[in-house]
Design a protein around this ligand. Structure first.
Ligand code: SF4
Length: 365
């Protein structure tokens, strides 16, 4: 703004300007002559068209996750976590209508299920989506509850739900998928986007009332005391720990790996920011420690060196990761010949893979 007002040449504002409202505010208040965006156009290639038509609410928001910037460095082309068509325009510039409309039943209303519903509907299929919760969103709701992601992920969640509700699919909320549902619906194709299950290791005391899942802690579905031990220091454990510390809890992470082996799955570009947040929020870490037991008083652990230790906490937050639900998947696979498993139900991963996986299946049906 200072530079713009001091010069008589055009000044371009760029960086972290994600919405048409933010861009208009800069121009209207004379803070720059031009607004430049990059990632927002990758997330939605029709950004300008939609803005011009006055349909800002239809613009697919960018998550600022930098998958697009990081992926080429790992040997792939530019790809986007929310726009599976990006970088694949030679094959998927548009989503064509099918000549053979089918009845497609989607299990699960998380990111993968919503992506599948939108794409299959655009292809002209007769789509019904079953979600056991009373609302769409799945694990995207957990990410949206984090203060670090509240802006981006909450906006994307709202967009994704609106796009799914508008896509023409029939949405059945609060209805668990069973074999009886399949028998009544008689689908030609099932897309199983039912998600995964929280890993619950066989540790003495894991059933204690003081043990809650990371999802329940983040979504405030379970009470969390002042002193918190986060059991498992993967990326969701770390993000959850930072969130709880931000909310005023005293948080310690316990993980079996040495600290220099943690968060290897996180892109370098994001890892340093997370570690900075961890330090800023005084999140403690006990690494190289295997949990032996949990009781109302404490969690007991054994360090790699053999040394035993105890940590007292009011709440133990389980974050041992997500696994596929093999039993449920097998039940679904046995129902009809044409079943596709996508997202966390196939292999637990992040939103990039959930969207990509679901798109790749739905666009080819
Ligand atoms: S990959 Fe992530 S940061 Fe890049 S455009 Fe897509 S949503 Fe935005």
């Amino acid at each position: 703004q200072i530079i713009h007002r001091a010069l008589d040449i055009p000044v371009v504002a760029v960086g972290n300007i994600n919405t048409i409202e933010a861009a208009e505010d800069i121009i209207a208040n004379n803070r720059a002559s031009i607004v430049a965006m990059a990632r927002s156009f990758l997330a939605d290639m029709d950004f300008v068209k939609k803005a011009y038509r006055g349909e800002a609410e239809k613009i697919r928001p960018c998550l600022r996750c930098i998958e697009c910037a990081a992926r080429p460095a790992y040997g792939g082309g530019v790809r986007c976590a929310v726009n599976p068509q990006l970088g694949r325009e030679t094959k998927y510039a548009s989503i064509g209508r099918t000549f053979e409309p089918k009845k497609v039943l989607i299990i699960g209303g998380g990111p993968a299920g919503m992506q599948a519903a939108q794409v299959a509907s655009r292809r002209g299929h007769d789509v019904v989506l079953y979600e056991k919760q009373q609302q769409l969103g799945g694990r995207l709701r957990e990410a949206s509850a984090l203060f670090k992601k509240a802006d981006t992920h909450k906006r994307y969640l709202e967009w994704d739900i609106a796009a799914t509700n508008d896509c023409g699919a029939r949405i059945e909320l609060g209805t668990e998928f069973t074999a009886a549902v399949a028998a009544a619906e008689k689908p030609d194709v099932i897309i199983n986007a039912s998600g995964g299950l929280h890993v619950k290791p066989n540790i003495l005391g894991i059933e204690s009332a003081k043990v809650v899942s990371i999802s329940d802690a983040e979504l405030k579905l379970a009470p969390v005391g002042k002193r918190v031990a986060v059991l498992g220091g993967g990326i969701s454990g770390l993000e959850g720990a930072i969130q709880l510390a931000h909310e005023g809890h005293e948080v310690t992470i316990i993980d079996r790996f040495p600290v220099n082996k943690l968060w290897r799955e996180v892109m370098d570009e994001l890892r340093s920011g997370l570690i900075e947040q961890m330090l800023l929020h005084n999140v403690e870490i006990i690494d190289d420690a295997t949990i032996i037991s949990i009781s109302d008083e404490c969690v007991q652990y054994r360090k790699q060196s053999g040394e035993l230790g105890k940590l007292q906490a009011d709440t133990y937050v389980m974050s041992f990761g997500i696994k596929t639900d093999k039993e449920f998947n097998q039940m679904v696979n046995d129902l009809i010949p044409d079943v596709h498993v996508v997202g966390d139900a196939r292999e637990p991963h992040n939103i990039f893979w959930a969207n990509m996986d679901a798109f790749n299946v739905a666009v080819e049906i």
